[in-house]
Design a protein around this ligand. Structure first.
Ligand SMILES: [Zn+2]
Ligand SMILES: [Zn+2]
Length: 265
């Protein structure tokens, strides 16, 4: 499984402009914060499916541009196939009502042509696997505001080889995701959101994120000794979080993933 972390951030600043997007095997994205900013038109056209963790802006920011680019990059009459957009039912309804509503942005679920739109919506149910080519994506509810999923992504490789990763999505301390992940023998890595330093632990609790105050307890729930990559750092806190990981003695156990990093599992 090839993973390009197109955007690793939980916010935007000049040095940290790209918000959360994982691109798997060049075709399937988890979240869409930077999916247009980080990819050429040519690479955007290769994307077949986008799976959203939740509806917060840092996770959907580039979806409108991806959808519009879809029908702007090929000369008529050639049309790109629609992008399959997956997410919780409430998340997709929120996107339809508040973003793709012909007010904030064109309704790309009906345009350019209702019979061949840029986006087709596919609600996902908690715990019910989604199959996309060799990938199986399992949505697990996590502890965040509104409806939010973490995902376990597994891939069947050749010769019976399997690999799997966890993408936590935005979440405060959570249980169900780790219980499910601990059952997966072929799990190779965990991508864990980490948003705040200790000084902002109460903001992390209120907004349901992980901080360096809750991190040690959270990673103890991961039973397998596999790499843990932290992402979704809020840009003002990069240096503080890095310093505190060292103070906690966790700098080897938890690596900070950066926008543009690639992984092979
Ligand atoms: Zn976020
Ligand atoms: Zn969020």
């Amino acid at each position: 499984m090839n993973i390009q972390l197109l955007g690793a951030e939980g916010g935007v600043e000049a040095r940290h402009p790209l918000t959360t997007t994982f691109l798997i095997n060049g075709e399937t994205a988890i979240d869409a914060g930077s999916i247009a900013s980080a990819l050429s038109f040519e690479d955007q056209l290769k994307i077949q499916s986008v799976v959203i963790t939740h509806s917060h802006w840092d996770h959907i920011r580039d979806l409108p541009f991806l959808a519009i680019n879809r029908f702007g990059t090929l000369a008529p009459p050639v049309q790109a196939p629609p992008i399959h957009l997956y997410g919780g039912d409430q998340v997709l309804t929120a996107l339809q009502n508040h973003l793709f509503n012909d007010l904030i942005w064109p309704d790309c679920t009906r345009r350019p042509d209702p019979s061949r739109p840029s986006l087709t919506l596919h609600p996902m149910e908690a715990g019910k696997d989604l199959s996309i080519g060799p990938l199986t994506i399992t949505p697990i509810p996590v502890n965040h505001s509104f409806q939010a999923f973490g995902y376990i992504v597994s891939e069947k490789g050749g010769a019976g080889k399997k690999s799997g990763i966890v993408i936590s999505g935005d979440t405060g301390p959570t249980e169900e995701l780790w219980k499910a992940a601990n059952q997966i023998e072929h799990l190779k890595a965990v991508f864990l959101e980490l948003s705040f330093p200790k000084a902002h632990a109460s903001a992390a609790i209120q907004s349901r994120h992980i901080s360096t105050a809750s991190l040690s307890n959270e990673i103890q729930k991961i039973k397998k000794n596999i790499p843990i990559f932290a992402y979704h750092l809020k840009p003002p806190f990069h240096e503080g979080i890095e310093k505190e990981l060292k103070e906690l003695g966790l700098e080897k156990r938890v690596k900070i993933a950066k926008s543009g990093d690639t992984f092979e599992f």
